[in-house]
Design a binder for this molecule. Structure first.
Ligand code: FMN
Length: 231
């Protein structure tokens, strides 16, 4: 409840001041000294890109990541889908967060242990991780133990809130890498899909830079980029 009230207050004050959120620039966040397990496939590492997206901005980012590293793309879906109405989903998500409810996923990801790098794309919801992302981390945490988890986020301009800290709350052994945050749409204001045209080009460049930074620190990411560029 607190997080959602904070989101509403932030929204109201931002709208009062300038009509829209102020954070235009994307940010990369460096997390603390992750030391993932050695890759399962050292010469030919495999990437999985898992994402949640309602108005398709995170989906566009997920496809940009896949264009650069290859691998398999999985869109998370719930057994019981969320309401289409924006106010109704905001209420439901707020309640789920208060109750600690993890909605069951429709997806079954076969042999998740075969992947070396797992990208997790999510929009900020209620200034935290969306419940389906929590479900994913919780459901697969045994297989994800020691794995390299690379978050990417988009939000309406208010940042990631508690999201990064929650990765380790729901998946204790996950090794969380440097993440990237981009500005998506503002569904509340009827601004839905924005990852097109110039905005998409800008996001692509930011993602390329972020992947380069990761590859400078982690040879497995370097290998992913090189192998994919060859194919
Ligand atoms: C239930 C819900 C809660 C949201 N809460 C926040 C929030 O706390 N902070 C924020 O910046 N944006 C919030 N948003 C806006 C989304 O992060 C933004 O619209 C994003 O671009 C959606 O990504 P998508 O197009 O991949 O669904 C919320 C959206 C929904 C549907």
């Amino acid at each position: 409840m607190f997080a959602s009230m904070r989101f509403i207050l932030l929204f109201v004050s931002a709208i009062g001041l300038m009509g829209c959120p102020s954070t235009e620039k994307s940010q990369a966040v460096q997390n603390m000294n992750p030391s993932p397990n050695p890759p399962v496939n050292a010469d030919n590492p495999k990437a999985l890109i898992v994402y949640l997206s309602r108005t398709k901005n995170t989906e566009a980012l997920a496809k940009m990541v896949q264009e650069q590293v290859g691998g398999d793309l999985v869109a998370l879906a719930l057994q019981t889908p969320y309401p289409k109405n924006y106010q109704a989903i905001v209420r439901q998500v707020d309640q789920e967060n208060q109750d600690g409810y993890l909605p069951p996923l429709k997806n079954q990801i076969a042999d998740i242990g075969q992947y070396d790098v797992i990208f997790v794309g999510f929009p900020t919801w209620d200034m935290q991780l969306p419940p389906p992302i929590k479900s994913f981390l919780n459901q697969y945490q045994a297989d994800l133990n020691g794995k390299m988890i690379v978050p990417f986020n988009n939000n309406a301009g208010y940042g990631m809130g508690q999201s990064l800290a929650q990765f380790n709350q729901y998946c204790r052994g996950c090794q969380i890498m440097q993440s990237i945050e981009l500005r998506g749409g503002i569904e509340r204001d009827g601004i839905l899909f924005v990852m097109k045209g110039e905005r998409a080009n800008q996001a692509k460049n930011e993602i390329a830079q972020w992947l380069q930074d990761l590859s400078a620190n982690y040879s497995v990411v370097q290998q992913l980029l090189q192998n994919h560029a060859k194919n």
